[in-house]
Design a binder for this molecule. Structure first.
Ligand SMILES: [Zn+2]
Length: 399
């Protein structure tokens, strides 16, 4: 049984890694932040099978979804052919195998050692392995139920993940990416940290800005199509981010954008007529061409915010791991009653500071309680980029 379990684990590692290489899901792992969207949007774009399956395989392989890993390695099903040796010998090995550190090993070659572990037993043929995998997949699906799943964010520390990163998903080298909000990797140095961050220094349409002197106009209302949605929470080293399953959209100026994730900054990055708020939520949307629209909901201290509480309730215990929300999150609750907004063209507020981002800043702030704010402050006391020059940009102030 344990030999078989080990072989299964090995295959899972192999499949997860091998499958990941060409997969857009992986590429979307470190989607740009204010651009991160790639993340969920990619998952959204994928056929339903893959996102459902992959996360758990991957989680198992990377040791992220502990429960899942346990299930994979500990194979609860009664197996007729139990190896003579006690399981407690094999288990640590199998578990170690599935450990995150094994990732690189697995990258090289689906680990021959794992195969060796099925020593003493006739090795499973490919078709047997496939059967076993199919079975695992079916089990995973059954457990997940019908909820759509956003793919798992892999842990940081993986080269090649950062770069596009951002709070969004900047899972870059070094656990949280090469940039930060302080000191030598702080905002004034972002442009020098990597060539692809150069816009952070030389861009002319950067965000955030102090939003003032907008022209008062009647703006088309934003058409919201938000609904209760499956979600996962991750602390990505720059912020707390909520990755969302597909199905939430806005339409602005005749363009449709899909909501992929939202995250928080403390204090608010944008200012309204010079006023900075206690926090802000950024809801990242992407259209079919990949263009970003970020909706900002400012937050002041006041009444507790049920949706914020739900996010905090589902905070993962460790950074760079995603936690499934226990229920769906009702995004309808995220919006203020008044839907007037201010709009301008800007950038991501995190490296690589990509421009061409449509900003939609709701004029009515939401509230969160002092306790709710304090929880975020313990994780991120300050994660706001300073305001950037407006440089004559047009700001439209919806009445
Ligand atoms: Zn943001």
């Amino acid at each position: 049984m344990w030999g078989r379990a080990a072989a299964i684990a090995a295959v899972v590692v192999f499949v997860a890694c091998a499958g990941a290489v060409p997969s857009p899901v992986m590429a979307a792992d470190a989607p740009p932040s204010e651009a991160n969207s790639g993340n969920a949007s990619t998952a959204a774009a994928e056929p339903s099978i893959r996102p459902k399956l992959k996360p758990d395989l991957k989680a198992g392989a990377l040791g992220e979804g502990k429960a899942v890993r346990g299930e994979v390695t500990a194979e609860p099903k009664p197996e007729p052919k139990t190896p003579p040796k006690p399981a407690d010998k094999a288990e640590p090995k199998a578990a170690a195998k599935a450990d995150p550190k094994a990732e690189s090993k697995a990258d090289t070659k689906a680990d021959p050692k794992a195969e060796a572990k099925s020593e003493g037993r006739a090795p499973l043929s490919m078709s047997e392995l496939r059967d076993v995998l199919d079975q695992k997949i079916a089990e995973v699906r059954a457990k997940q139920g019908p909820a759509p799943i956003v793919k798992v964010q892999s842990r940081g520390g993986k080269a090649g993940r950062g770069g596009q990163g951002s709070e969004g998903a900047a899972l870059a080298p070094s656990p949280s990416g090469p940039w930060s909000y302080h000191g030598e990797t702080g905002p004034e140095h972002w442009a020098r940290l990597k060539p692809e961050f150069s816009l952070c220094g030389k861009g002319q349409r950067q965000s955030p800005i102090d939003i003032r002197d907008g022209i008062p106009v009647e703006l088309d209302p934003i058409a919201f199509d938000y609904r209760p949605t499956a979600f996962r929470v991750i602390d990505n080293g720059h912020t707390v981010q909520v990755n969302l399953a597909a199905g939430n959209r806005i339409t602005v100026n005749g363009r449709r954008y899909e909501l992929t994730q939202f995250h928080f900054h403390r204090p608010s990055e944008e200012r309204l007529n010079g006023k900075q708020f206690d926090m802000v939520m950024h809801l990242e949307h992407r259209d079919i061409e990949g263009k970003l629209a970020v909706l900002a909901i400012l937050i002041n201290e006041g009444k507790g915010h049920p949706l914020v509480q739900q996010v905090w309730n589902n905070l993962p215990l460790e950074k760079f791991t995603e936690q499934h929300g226990l229920a769906t999150i009702d995004l309808g609750q995220i919006l203020p009653e008044q839907r007037q907004y201010v709009t301008y063209m800007g950038s991501q507020t995190t490296p690589p500071c990509q421009e061409g981002v449509l900003w939609l800043v709701m004029k009515q702030p939401a509230t969160a309680s002092a306790e709710q704010m304090a929880i975020f402050a313990r994780l991120y006391p300050m994660n706001a980029r300073p305001v950037q020059p407006t440089a004559g940009r047009l700001i439209k102030d919806g009445q």
